[in-house]
Design a protein around this ligand. Sequence first.
Ligand code: TEU
Length: 526
Amino acid sequence: SDPSPWWRDAVIYQVYPRSYADADGDGVGDIAGIRARLPHLADLGVDAIWMSPWYPSPMADAGYDVADFRDIDPVFGTLAEAEALIAESHALGIRMIVDIVPNHISSAHPWFQAALASPAAPERDYFWFRPGRGPDGAGMPTDWRGEFGGTAWTRVDDGAWYLHLFTPEQPDLNWDHPGVRAEFESILRFWFDRGVDGIRIDSAALLFKDPALPEVVDGRPHPFHDLDEVHSVYRAWRRIADSYGGDRALIGEVWMPSVERFAAYLRPDELHAAFNFDFLGCAWDPALMRACVDRTLDAHAAVGAPPTWVLSNHDVTRHVTRYGRTDTTFSFDNNLDGTPVDLELGTRRARAAALLSLSLPGATYIYQGEELGLWENENIPPAEFQDPMWGRRGHSRDGCRVPLPWSGSEPPFGFSSATPWLPQPPEWKDRTVQAQTGDPASMLELYREAIALRRAEPALHHTAMTWLDVQPAVLAYTRGADFACVVNMSGAAVALPGHESLLLSSGPLDGDLLPPDTAVWLRRQT
Ligand code: TEU
């Protein structure tokens, strides 16, 4: 009934707990480190934290292999510390979103261990165990390829095969089993009862599989993506969220090529919001970017959901690096093929992108470190890769997961007293929180100022945006009566007559000329 619930236009900061701050000196971030560094998020002015998984896990996929959804992994701390962090965040006016992974669980989870113990165990039905093909059952039940590449089936000692769309340590759950539904509904209540304000739903469009296990054939319904039954799960979850008073949000990780199928998840009786991977995957190109913004606004308006704006996360190449690639077809996948990167250009564009993503209608997501202008560490020796995707697809997501630089002039930059779990580039000495604080030209001060202005500017809340026609390579739009954002994506300076400049991504203005790869927030004087 509140016409403007928080999740519609929040600034949400993704904390990747392994890499935020390490208090206990083991080289891996932890909850004590997050609590100690909570003032950073208060100073930044974010509305909410999205916490990547912090549950007990063998860490085969950096915690996206969950062994117990109702506890905290000892590497991160304890449940009591998590509760204290939720309370301390709330005291600072920062909401908490936890990450729930319903498609699969860890092979160390008691359900899977029980399923392995005997072919007759009732827990087998929680998973997708199937006989193999061929006379001796040695052939995989299907030729499905996993999400990380590689095969999607692993054989157990008694000869049966089980399905895992990700690594073998992440067996897929059978969502046709009522016990699976009941368990996750109970997990949702467990975290809502602990005061969390929202749930990020991992791989939200997977979950169901066609029990006939057909092969993947173009033009036929996909056997494990986006099956209709998935909507009944989120309708049930929405009823649970709503039963907590109406401001608990469900935010889906819905990778979907079709905007219509994507929007089907965002309904008054399903998810509140979903990540905009269309925007994340868009190249620094004015025509593509404008089309993406239009597609996004149309799709969300059709279902009454708030658009979201996402530039980076823990799965993709950091956008300073992506925007700094000038001679390659754009991709958000990590790219270790030695494509040259112009980090100065990438940083300049990332500064402009910050003003874009923070002034479009809807909610904006910040991935930890983007406020520091961190780039992808593309120089991690392969021997140090931790990401299981490396072995399966030849790409590693580790370069965007490197621990944050807080202070000092050399690694570990105040992150830890030990060697960080992934190496930090020595060049990050200029991108620490300490080095940037108080420097008006820094990325950090740009984010702080932009978020503060956004908070204080009525035009940036619950108003539509209207394009202004400047020229095709300039993205310009108004919010409300006199607020405007102009992003110059052309190669030449653009005249900006009659305005008061509120915030410039890279300064100074050359008279009334806005330089290339620069954005400005302004008050129009007409
Ligand atoms: O990612 C879901 C997903 O579909 C990924 O395969 C994504 O396409 C890929 O990472 C892009 O490079 C989620 C999590 O965000 C990811 O970290 C997990 O590894 C994955 O689920 C399995 O839980």
